[in-house]
Design a binder for this molecule. Sequence first.
Ligand code: NI
Length: 176
Amino acid sequence: MALIPIVKYGDPRLKRKAQPVDPKDPSLKPLVRDMFETMYQSDGVGLAANQVGLLKQVVVIDVGGREKPEPLVLLNPVIMETGGEVEEEEGCLSIPDIRAKALRAGFCRVKALDLEGRPLEVASDGLLGKALQHEVDHLNGVLFVDRLRMTSKALISGKLKALKKETERALKDGKG
Ligand code: NI
């Protein structure tokens, strides 16, 4: 197993759409293993393949944490249903140390394939529901900072700009 460097805000790969995957692709199992390890190491509850620089529709989620892990793998996830609205604080491993209140549906139901290619449905109105929306957004090139009220966005815009600059400098130096 290996940790994979996480792509940071300002990297163009976070703005691009991921492509559907074939569950039979033998590279997926090692990728998913490494994505889980990377996510747990960073204390995250979700990670999309865009965040490790791959434009593949692969998401790992675990809202259970280290003590009671509930690992969930979603290939080619699609949001089938949403309901209600909440505005709660979110963060993202690609946007470290910046949190803000994002607007989300309160309830979310997603259809996907599991790592064996079997159809899978997940629905939640709790943390998992928000994680599902956050990660499916990643696959569509959308970040939680794109889902803020103007007033919330204004509060973090300075920090975001600084992070973007830092990322662009690292990419230019070939370290991104
Ligand atoms: Ni994220």
